[in-house]
Design a protein around this ligand. Sequence first.
Ligand code: GTP
Length: 597
Amino acid sequence: TDPALIRNFCIIAHIDHGKSTLADRMLQLTGIVENRQMRAQYLDRMDLERERGITIKSQAVRLPFAALDDTTYVLNLIDTPGHVDFTYEVSRSLAACEGAILLVDAAQGIEAQTLANLYLALEHDLTIIPVLNKIDLPAAMPDKYAAELAGIIGCDPSEVLRVSAKSGMGVEDLLNEIVTQVPPPVGDADAPARAMIFDSVYDTYRGVITYVRVVDGHLGTRQRIQMMSSGANHEMLEVGVISPEPTKVDGLSVGEVGYLITGVKDVRQSRVGDTVTSAHTGASQMLPGYQDPKPMVFSGLFPIDGSDYPVLRDALEKLQLNDAALAFEPENSGALGFGFRCGFLGLLHLEITRARLEREYGLDLISTAPNVIYRVFLEDATEYEVTNPSEFPEGKVAEVHEPIVKGTLLAPAEFVGPIMELCQARRGALQGMDYLSEDRVEMRYVLPLAEIVFDFFDQLKSRTKGFASLDYEPSGEQAADLVKVDILLQGEMVDAFSAIVHREKAYAYGVEMTKKLRELIPRQQFEVPVQAAIGSRVIARENIRAIRKDVLSKCYGGDISRKRKLLEKQKEGKRKMKTVGRVEVPQEAFISALSTD
Ligand code: GTP
């Protein structure tokens, strides 16, 4: 296709603002899905019915569109992951486009995440087309939100399009606007091939499916290709476009968007952001913007039943086939046994992974409190990275650096006070504040990532009745006064409870953990001190008093069956006990103590 006839765009929207429905209308209007085949969320559900076994979601769909100027254009709709932890992936999808539709629910207004992705799109110099959706709703306030959007992107409110993705109203106008406003791709057709990977998905039958946008040159079938970040060469088995079925083509040229199949079996061999070139006479310079996936949040995952360890390892290996950002290595905890220290892009990534391990692999897991990655400088000028509190050095620390993030918060104006309080308590620094409209405020904060991974979202929600939204992106690191707090039971350290916290919060952490544990750990035959300590200095202490009476004496009278039941229950409980020194700790205590509520 002549690049002049190509338009590459994406849709930036908050969950439920109607992205899938709008994509459905576009498929229908451009005629690539016949009306009688149309069903809701066509692209999202396609993978269920793949005859050829390709898991194609809506990563990129090619729409031929006959515009008002009687010319047929190729519109490529590129999907962006709508997920707070995947800023880098979003940025790669945006880099594959020249334009973005900013889609906002006309009854809701813009949300923090949409705003954050809009800023990303502006950084990539994309042409933004602001659109209000759901104008058919009685609750819609298109004038109010058109003004808001116009204020944010700096256009006239009359330039904000109004559509109903549900009824299709205004969608054809929108497609014409894409053709006229979004610039066509530019690239050097005669240069060596360079294509950017904006997504890669593992498929059981075909191996990895790699989605690319060609920038320069031509990628054809029957050609060996090279991944420029690693220099690895692969054989090309298939090149195609999705329209809306996967369709083989001979090749992809400047500005075109499609998929490659090379037979690699692991998405780590086909990384998002990498540049694909031809193996012979390939390009010498990568496209800008590639980053190795870098885990930001770490947590230990341990099977509750120790014999599940091999199942957990297999499950993590399988998930990694489709998740280049998931990192893990074996970890042995004195308290929790054998497990894995896992690295994630963020909290949601952690939660999703954990939920998949439990649901898809039937595992019961204990996870330790999430922590971030610290850079520790010792007095002798050596430096190393700490991803596990138990690796934090004792003494001789000159400086510790922690990762920080830029956060965007959006909320009704009445919640400005509570949000400021929360962010201040979390060592945040206010960078700026803007009223998007009379009653909605955008606040920008720099915050330590460690403060966000610890129940920040829950706090934010409860203080703002669920009305505030937050998005954040990594923004380097800062020096901070951080210490490791250990928890000791009868003088024995329990590694699973060690945490790296700000010195000013160490005392509160110690008091809270010792109190929790005093309640969670049953009395033993002897008194058990529960202590929190920084190095050898104890900062908090509770006592679990010794049992005075036999448990059975609770069963007054001679009800023998009741006594037996109690004994059996005790036995069962025992099996789930871990011993720390001489102290028996029920597994339940670990689980409850490590949960954030
Ligand atoms: P996710 O797939 O969860 O990210 O959401 P989405 O942004 O793709 O939204 P989706 O298209 O699933 O729409 C969310 C809900 O809004 C659905 O119940 C749609 O039927 C409804 N909806 C979408 N567009 C319109 C519209 O123009 N008018 C009305 N009344 N409802 C709409």
